[in-house]
Design a protein around this ligand. Sequence first.
Ligand SMILES: C[S@@+](CC[C@H](N)C(=O)[O-])C[C@H]1O[C@@H](n2cnc3c(N)ncnc32)[C@H](O)[C@@H]1O
Length: 420
Amino acid sequence: MKQGRGAMKEQFCLRSIPGDLWQWIADAAHERRENINSLIISLLESARRNDGGSQGLYSDRPVIRPAASFTLPFSFIDLFAGIGGFRLGLQRLGGSCVYSCERDSYCAKTYAAWFGDSPIGDINDVNPADIPDHDILAAGFPCQPFSIAGVSKKRSLGQADGFDCQKQGNLFFKICDIVKVRRPPVLILENVKNLKSHDKRRTWPVIEGTLQELGYAVFHKIIDAADYVPQHRERIFIVCFDREMFGDAPPFQFPDKPLGDKPVFRSILEKNPSEKYTLTDHLWNYLQRYAEKHRAKGNGFGYGIADPCGVSRTLSARYYKDGSEILIAQGTKKNPRRLTIVEAARLMGFRDVVTSREDVPVSDTQAYKQFGNSVVPDVVEAVGRSVLQVMSSHLEKQGSVSLLKRKGDGKPSRKVTARS
Ligand SMILES: C[S@@+](CC[C@H](N)C(=O)[O-])C[C@H]1O[C@@H](n2cnc3c(N)ncnc32)[C@H](O)[C@@H]1O
């Protein structure tokens, strides 16, 4: 093998490398967008620098790239990207993200650390014509104007909620503006379960009707992430197919529940959590008094101690305040504790991204907010897999017809064909 770096002039040759090791080298080169020769040299240089120490061969954290092994190559855009729950789920299926948008700078910091690119900022400043062609538009649009907690907070402050909320409610229509111009074949949207009952059930028909008027067949389902992670987290998933491409009745079905035992809460716990997550006496006494007051009034609001053999309550974006919805018992002699950041990440399904606290480059407060707002990548992956089945069978039926088309000319703008 000829090497291409200036320092060494001789040729070198690698023989008899076991297949799995060779595959690892090839994958690492692909991941780092390097050629194999220069990767091997940099690995050897790095190993020499670390003196074979335990830090691993390269210290810069590789960003998370699409898995290579799914049947259909596809591209997607990630709107209201947060920390990339959609991106992670769709990348696990081999999808390639061509555009992302997120206004919050702390989320953007985490996103950049994990995926290697920074999202565009405020969606209101985006010209849809500048967004590249894509097969799937993914968006978990802001849910506060529709969530139970968000609605009661906004109403108590005398603020508008739902579509009347100028800042956030109307962002759904910003998605529609993009759809009108870019005509993605598929949309996958996610929001809080309450979207269906919001404003005496008047909000949902507007959303569904608008998507239908745009020419899409609309499917929706409330899915509880508890089948994938040990957390009760019900969210509405809205999947839309362009009727012009897939017909009026695309054969889409939401995924069945996964087979086997459900994950249990104790599986996400760290062995030696820092003491800083144990509640102070002050906070613990307050939470107990608060719960008692509400019990006396006959309503069940209060803290929740998670059952190690069951699932926790929903992690909210307000978890950083007191952590009361998900507490972990620590025996009779110690106050309960909150989730650590690694546990919060695992509870949301980010287990392959976050293996230590250092993997989350923001404060605990921001990290809890980010995980509490995020979508569970495992659910996205399952829904995405069902979407890909429809896309693949469409491509098979059409032979080599591309999935993407340009608005107006009806002609393909890029060829996407099914692999075997
Ligand atoms: C419900 S969260 C989506 C989280 C995301 N699905 C994830 O997995 O992390 C909504 C996101 O929209 C972002 N957002 C709100 N208004 C925005 C705007 N005008 N432009 C871009 N992003 C916005 C928020 O900062 C928030 O991160």
